[in-house]
Design a protein around this ligand. Structure first.
Ligand code: NAD
Length: 299
């Protein structure tokens, strides 16, 4: 199937990144969110990304002017003409099941429904529709415009044409792919969740401060980012949902470390709330509890 129109659901960290990548690649793109504020912020961020891309010579100026990207607050209007819908709403299975049931009614029968879930069952989402063969996982990485992989998740009943179409769209987005048979957390989330949880366990045990744990993994193990830098980018709430699901499905070794649960309760969700494992001053990480000090020094 040839995809020309893409609808993205959820204009958060991932949805706006996916919408940007789709629009830049020339797809006619619609971005939907329940929150007008999220949509306005996404428009703003996407515009900045486009401008930066043009400045850096990575985005063609003519292509930037010809961008087809609409933001929409009504689900049915957002998806009616889409050939492919990519769902990037919060990591909550009830919410996603409800969305997939609505999508099934609101889209063309031949449209492919994809989810960007990091861990949940694509098969379960497919079962909420009457088109299970055309439901697939397309797991993007954060930040979408920089990360090169899309993990394509084949659910129990996903058909070969749907996998091929997802691979084809991924290529047009400039991404590499791996196809995985559905299992909790696929490849990347499963490994990453364990590393991130273990880092929190070390922090809880007082093994070393976060900056040193990050430094050790970057310089000693050649990770491009430390586990705390990464979780602040991903969102601690998102990571907590993932770990809760993986501990239910894969076992005790994924049980979320209490310190992470406490951070989430404190509203330390990462960069998106301005504080996570680190505090953020002008977008730059500083050790927790020193942000007000830095603000005083700046005066
Ligand atoms: P986010 O919290 O940044 O954004 C979620 C957005 O969905 C918000 O703007 C919210 O207003 C919107 N929303 C809430 N209810 C909705 C509904 N019913 N319909 C449409 N939109 C709705 O979350 P995120 O980090 O972008 O994560 C989105 C999905 O992508 C999750 O499934 C997550 O597991 C997955 N994911 C996240 C990352 C990451 O690094 N954050 C990476 C890969 C995959």
């Amino acid at each position: 199937m040839r995809v020309e129109r893409i609808a993205v659901l959820g204009a958060g960290i991932m949805g706006r990144g996916i919408a940007y990548a789709a629009a830049i690649a020339g797809f006619d793109t619609t971005l939907y969110d329940v929150s007008g504020e999220a949509l306005a912020r996404a428009e703003d961020e996407i515009r900045k990304l486009v401008d930066k891309g043009v400045e850096a010579g990575k985005v063609d100026a003519a292509a930037a002017r010809a961008l087809r990207l609409a933001t929409v607050r009504e689900l049915e209007a957002a998806v009616a003409k889409a050939d492919l819908v990519i769902e990037a709403a919060p990591e909550d299975i009830r919410l996603k099941l409800d969305l997939f049931a609505r999508l099934d009614r609101a889209t063309k029968p031949e449209a492919i429904l994809a989810t960007n879930t990091s861990s949940l069952s694509v098969t379960e989402m497919a079962a909420a529709t009457a088109r299970a063969p055309r439901v697939v996982g397309m797991h993007f990485f954060n930040p979408v415009h920089r990360m090169r992989l899309i993990e394509i998740v084949r659910a129990l009943e996903t058909d070969a044409d749907t996998v091929k179409t997802a691979e084809d769209v991924s290529r047009r987005l400039g991404k590499e792919t791996v196809v995985v048979n559905e299992s909790p957390g696929f490849i990347t989330t499963r490994v990453n969740a364990l590393i991130g949880n273990e880092a929190f366990r070390m922090l809880q045990e007082g093994v070393a401060p976060p900056e040193d744990i990050d430094k050790a993994l970057k310089l000693g193990l050649n990770h491009p980012m430390g586990p705390f830098e990464l979780v602040d980018l991903v969102g601690l709430d998102t990571r907590l949902s993932i770990l809760s699901f993986l501990s239910q499905t894969l076992g005790e070794r994924f049980r979320p470390v209490p310190l992470m649960v406490q951070y989430v309760k404190a509203g330390r969700l990462g960069r998106k709330t301005g504080k996570g494992v680190y505090d953020y001053v002008d977008g730059k990480p500083v050790p927790r509890g020193t942000a007000s000090l830095s603000a005083m020094e700046a005066r």
